[in-house]
Design a protein around this ligand. Structure first.
Ligand SMILES: [Zn+2]
Length: 496
């Protein structure tokens, strides 16, 4: 639903190197050189999340939260990403990976775009994938005929309906659009193919025109109508209103396509499903025109929270990291640090109070179970924010037995040293090991090699922390005597 990229703009690299910073957690308790110092995969006892959230609002009869389909457009919308240039081999690799993941449809660039695009379309149709293959063409007979000839399972036709596009792009009026659409739909159907009709820039189109157009194509038996937020202007509430209104007008399926210019693409997709949309367009990492569309991984994160059984039962979620890496490599970008699921810190817990709760029960601070996606959670323990529960767990991993009092003492030293200089995992491990060794040694080892300047700072940091610990102990005693509620005590443990 976005125009073909303007070749004259050139495909400039954004200058990013392709060194992926997000390590795939392997769950074996070791880092994999992913540039994530101070973090370690932690085993915690697993609590299986409930399939449905008992606190979730009751879904109305229109909602398709638990029965949506994905139209994966990395090989169409994604090809419009500034950095994308997919050769045939790469397209086939991506198509196979998406098919293996379990997407319902794979959408390809129009065969009318170039001779190579046409050949690639034919090649992917011949792979015999489970996913249905679609191609995305302009709403005219020539393009439709070319699309059908490639062997696709379905044709997605699109035409601009906003006044901006009617005036400045194709220059056609609504009557012309309607008549052409009906002609194309009837032709594609006569060839035994699926047909979708979509407007472009739907949210800036005249609502009455839009509904009358969709109603007309629905009457001639189109399989899906599409709503496209081509410019990324829609809000979730606008999406809900438009899809819900359209649901009352057409009986066919409703596909939706959301650009991410204002960061609403995943939220808009979710709202569309709530309002009765049946299909969501995605691309891997969201690549597409400008900053792209709803991301496949992000949509999975959103949907697994809403309906875990449906999402887990239908899609091979543990493949998401591999697919994202494949596409990131192909278009020479890094996976963003804040990416849902695969961002390098998506399942990393740092603050002492978080670490303590996570070690007891991960559902306290996680709504998504990392293992559902083949990922691991990390607990950060080599920092000034660490707590004794995290250090205790680490000492146990290292096979060192210490009393709680001893663990608390070494935790204080780690926190003090982290105030002096940044600590790597190895540093924290050395401190724990040396502290443990010193407990029974005649001659003490230094916890870490420190310069004279660092030693001075360490002594001061330790003194300050000790004072605070003493004060806290007095507070706790006073709390206990006053029988204050437990909540207060929990709060004071943030510095433990
Ligand atoms: Zn688009």
């Amino acid at each position: 639903m976005c125009p073909t990229p303007d070749e004259e703009n050139g495909h400039q690299s954004n200058g990013h190197s392709n060194g992926h910073a997000n390590g795939h957690a392997n769950g074996n308790g070791t880092t994999n050189g992913s540039g994530h110092p101070g973090f370690k995969a932690f085993e915690t006892h697993t609590v299986r999340p409930v399939s449905s959230n008992p606190y979730a609002p009751v879904q109305d009869y229109l909602s398709n939260i638990g029965k949506f389909k994905i139209i994966e457009s990395t090989l169409r919308e994604g090809e419009q990403f500034a950095n994308a240039f997919f050769d045939t081999e790469t397209k086939i690799k991506i198509a196979r990976a998406l098919d293996d993941f379990g997407v319902d449809y794979i959408e390809l660039t129009s065969p009318a775009a170039s001779e190579q695009s046409r050949l690639d379309c034919e090649a992917i149709c011949k792979l015999g994938l489970k996913a249905k293959i679609l191609t995305h063409v302009r709403c005219n007979m020539n393009d439709a005929k070319m699309a059908v000839a490639t062997g696709v399972d379905g044709v997605d036709v699109v035409i601009g309906t906003s006044s901006h596009l009617m005036e400045h792009s194709h220059g056609k009026d609504m009557t012309y659009i309607k008549n052409t659409a009906i002609e194309v739909i009837e032709y594609v159907k006569s060839q035994g193919k699926e047909i979708r009709f979509s407007s472009e820039d739907s949210f800036r189109s005249n609502l009455v025109d839009l509904l009358s157009l969709y109603s007309a194509v629905d009457k001639v038996g189109v399989h899906r109508v599409g709503i496209a937020d081509t410019v990324g202007c829609a809000t979730p509430r606008q999406v809900y209103d438009l899809v819900r209104t359209l649901r009352g007008v057409v009986s066919c399926d409703i596909e939706t396509h959301f650009h991410n210019d204002t960061g609403c693409a995943i939220a808009n997709a979710y709202c569309a499903l709530e309002a009765g949309a049946t299909h969501i367009d995605t691309s891997v990492l969201g690549i597409g025109e400008r900053n792209g569309i709803t991301t496949l991984g992000g949509l999975m994160a959103r949907m697994i929270v809403a309906d875990r059984d449906y999402v887990k039962g239908k899609y091979k979620l543990e493949k998401i990291k591999e697919i994202e890496d494949l596409v990131a490599e192909a278009v020479e970008v890094n996976v963003p640090f804040n990416n849902p699921i695969t961002g390098f810190c998506a399942f990393t817990h740092k603050a002492g109070i978080h670490a303590k709760a996570i070690l007891n029960n991960p559902s306290t601070y996680e709504i998504i179970t990392p293992s559902d996606f083949g990922m691991s959670r990390y607990v950060h323990f080599a920092s000034r924010l660490t707590g004794w529960n995290a250090i205790k767990s680490r000492a146990e991993q290292l096979g060192l037995n210490m009393s709680d009092a001893q663990i608390k003492a070494v935790t204080l030293k780690i926190k003090a040293l982290a105030d002096v200089r940044p600590l790597a995992i190895d540093d924290a491990d050395s401190i724990i090991r040396n502290f443990h060794f010193n407990l029974s040694a005649e001659k003490e080892r230094p916890l870490l090699p420190l310069s004279a300047e660092e030693k001075k700072k360490f002594v001061k940091a330790e003194m300050d922390l000790n004072k605070e610990a003493e004060k806290r102990s007095i507070d706790e005693q006073a709390d206990a005597e006053a029988e204050v509620p437990a909540a207060k005590k929990v709060r004071t443990e943030t510095v433990a």
